[in-house]
Structures are given as structure tokens and as C-alpha cells.
Design a protein around this ligand. Structure first.
Ligand code: FAD
Length: 360
């Protein structure tokens, strides 16, 4: 909104329960061109690798580049732009409730109620609401930024998925994002119904670093932990109150159910919202995600949730039998039908057919 230069005459209130002071997450995503946040891309890779016993290969991802943005850089960048805008006020308080009245939107902030008149509200507070038939897996991960006393990493190549780790808990892989020859972010990731105990993530990270990176004498410089919902829950852009509030981010269904990737979907949604407001078009004219992508995501989720095929086999087949560009387009919901026919035919037919029939 700031960059468009079109909202200077509006008063904008940004509410969050706490200031963003920690480097609480690292975002990775792919894109073909310099993106909206190019200035703060911390590292980027033109080569990524996929590893499992059945397929171990460097993938050439041209025209894509795999990029990393650190949470702390993102927050600093955004808030330094916000600070230059006299029409934007930032308030730190917890939103406890809101409802629509004839006069506007009443908002309960901490324990006080405020009336917002003639306001459009964008809400990114995620409230899981699972109904009986909903499937909910958790993508959970713990990552360490480690520093090795000697060169141990190739900064030109990131490992996107390493499935050589044991699969006792369910679909599990590690990724390794080298920051320099001596530093990398190593992240242990699972798609399962339950979280592990905190010590288990540490144990698995230690064992991966020693078994596959050959390191024992390293320093853990930073750590992060995250949980991303992977669910077939139906998300609605316009929320409970007839188009007075709009759901954005994960709360607005921008997390891809089958992969957990969210960052780029949020950027695309934000751009659509801004374009719509600038053009004076109603927000509900923004098209929903094509239903076929929801269908593919739910089919894959169904298979993983019911253990009908190991995630390791599915992702191995996906990367072994398709070039990375096609897989990225598919994961971006930007594939053509021809791409999708190729992707579907690279996966085991029978379990996917059964799961697809179940979705229908
Ligand atoms: C550790 C981590 C790593 C991730 N890595 C990737 C990645 O590599 N690639 C990718 O595509 N996606 C990734 N994701 C997923 C996704 O991109 C992020 O979760 C992203 O931050 C989602 O943005 P959001 O705006 O929906 O939610 P958030 O960034 O979580 O923002 C929601 C905001 O609402 C505030 N809030 C919540 N409740 C209240 C309340 N009651 N009152 C006031 N404020 C409230 C929170 O403080 C927060 O600031 C990651 C997620 C995590 C947690």
C-alpha cells in the first residue's frame, strides 16, 4: 500500500499484540524475477538438490531462483517504511473480539472496545476451525544456524529436501541452506498429526548434522521453531460478517495445504488487494484459487493423513520424474493442464485415484 503511493489520504491502523523484535522465522521461496522484497533477500541459490536413497540429484531450476529472507530483515524493512508515513499508526494490543454493527466495526483491544467507522478491516489472526470431515496435518520444524570451524558447505547449492532421515514419525526431511562455506541453516521438518517433544528435534538435528554433514564440532548460533497448518479446512476471504472484514495470510487460506509454502501466496494476495482498492473495484471480485488446485492439495493431504503412501516416495517421484520448473509451477498453482497431466502420471496411480475419488 505504501509503495503504490495511493493511500496517503487514508488513515491506517496496524494492530499487533507485540512488536517484531526477534528473528523469529526465515522465509524461503522461489521466483523468476527480482521480487517485491528483492532488497532484503539475504541469500539466493540457482541450484538446489534433492536427496533420497532412490534419487539423489542437483536440480537445475532456471529460470527460477531459490531465495531466503530473514524475519528480522523483513520486519526492519517494513517498519522503517511504515515510520515514514504519518497516516499510519501502529498499536500494540491484543485483539480479543470484533463484530459489525450499524455504526461500523466494534473491536475489543485488550479490555477496551473501540468503534471503527467506515473502515475496511484485514485480519491475519488465524483461528483453526476444524469441522468433522476436515483433515489437519502439522508441518513442524526446528532449525539451527550452525557455524563449522572449517569450510563444510557449498554456498552455491541449497538442499531443498533430504529424505535420507528415518521416517518413523511420518513424512520427515531435512533441508540445508548454506549461508557461507562455514555457516548453514539446517532445518528438521515433519508433516505429521502431532508435534514431537522439544528434545527430539534437537536429537534429530544433531544426528543429521553428524551423519550427513560429517560435523560434530560446530556452534549453534541461532535457532527457530515453527508450526504451519496443512489442512483442507475451507478458508473464506470475506469473513463472518458480510464483507466488512477480510481474511489475509494464513488466516485467509494462503498456506498451500500440501506444501506449507505461504510467503509468495501472501505477496500475490496483497498485490491483488492493493490493485483492487486502487482501481476502486470491490474486494470480492478477487478470484479465488482455482478449485482444481484445492482438489490436488486435498488429495495429497488425504494420502499423507491416512498413510496411504509415504511422503518420501511421493516427493521422490515428483522430483525424479519432473523437471524442477514444472514442480515449482505446480506448487505455485500456476501449472498448465499439460504440466498437471505429467505430474499426475509420475505418481503412483492407484492410491491417488482412490484418494481423488474420496475427495469427489
Ligand atoms: C518459523 C516459520 C518459518 C516459515 N518459513 C516459511 C518459508 O520458508 N516459506 C514460506 O512460504 N512460508 C513459511 N512460513 C509460513 C508463513 O509464511 C508464515 O507463517 C507467515 O508469517 C504467515 O504470515 P501471516 O501474516 O499469515 O501470519 P503471521 O506472520 O503469523 O502474522 C500474524 C500476526 O498476528 C498477530 N496476532 C495474532 N493473534 C493476535 C491477536 N489476538 N491480537 C493481536 N495480534 C495478533 C501476531 O503477533 C502476528 O504478528 C513459516 C512460518 C514459520 C512459523
Amino acid at each position: 500500500m505504501i509503495r503504490s503511493g495511493k493511500f496517503g489520504d487514508k488513515s491506517i491502523l496496524l494492530i499487533d499484540r507485540e512488536p517484531k523484535t526477534r528473528n523469529d522465522r526465515t522465509w524461503c521461496f522461489w521466483e523468476q524475477r527480482p521480487g517485491f522484497f528483492e532488497e532484503i533477500v539475504y541469500r539466493k541459490w540457482e541450484r538446489i538438490s534433492f536427496r533420497s536413497e532412490a534419487f539423489d540429484s542437483a536440480l537445475h531450476i532456471t529460470p527460477y531462483v531459490y531465495k531466503m529472507i530473514r524475519g528480522s530483515d523483513f520486519y526492519d524493512y517494513c517498519f522503517s517504511a511504515i515510520k515514514t508515513q504519518p497516516n499510519i499508526e501502529v498499536v500494540y494490543a491484543t485483539v480479543n473480539n470484533w463484530w459489525v454493527t450499524h455504526n461500523g466495526i466494534e473491536l475489543v483491544l485488550d479490555d477496551k472496545t473501540y468503534l471503527l467507522e467506515s473502515a475496511i478491516v484485514f485480519n491475519s489472526i488465524y483461528e483453526p476451525s476444524i469441522s468433522r470431515n476436515d483433515i489437519r496435518l502439522l508441518q513442524h520444524f526446528k532449525g539451527w544456524v550452525i557455524a563449522s570451524p572449517r569450510p563444510a558447505f557449498n554456498p552455491r547449492e541449497a538442499t531443498m529436501m533430504d529424505f535420507r532421515v528415518h521416517q518413523r514419525y511420518g513424512t520427515t526431511f531435512t533441508y540445508v541452506l548454506p549461508l557461507s562455506p562455514t555457516e548453514a541453516l539446517v532445518e528438521y521438518t515433519l508433516f505429521t498429526k502431532e508435534l514431537l517433544k522439544p528434545a527430539q528435534y534437537d536429537e534429530e538435528l544433531r544426528s543429521y548434522i553428524s551423519a550427513y554433514l560429517g560435523l560434530t564440532d560446530y556452534e549453534v548460533k541461532e535457532e527457530e521453531f515453527g508450526v504451519i497448518p496443512m489442512t483442507n479446512q475451507r478458508f473464506h476471504f470475506s469473513s463472518r460478517d458480510k464483507q466488512a472484514t477480510w481474511q489475509i495470510g494464513t488466516a485467509g487460506g494462503q498456506t498451500k495445504a500440501s506444501s506449507g509454502y505461504t510467503f509468495q501466496f501472501i505477496q500475490k494476495q496483497s498485490e491483488q488487494i492493493v490493485n483492487c482498492l486502487v482501481a476502486g473495484r470491490p474486494l470480492h471480485s478477487i478470484p479465488a484459487t482455482p478449485s482444481r488446485f484445492r482438489f490436488y492439495d486435498n488429495t495429497l493431504l488425504h494420502i499423507l493423513y491416512h498413510d496411504q503412501l509415504p511422503g518420501k516416495k511421493i516427493f521422490t517421484d515428483l522430483f525424479r520424474k519432473n523437471d524442477a520448473g514444472r514442480v515449482f509451477r505446480f506448487l505455485d498453482n500456476e501449472s498448465t493442464l499439460a504440466d498437471e497431466v505429467k505430474i499426475i502420471s509420475s505418481l503412483p496411480t492407484w492410491p491417488f485415484l482412490k484418494a481423488a475419488v474420496n475427495q469427489i
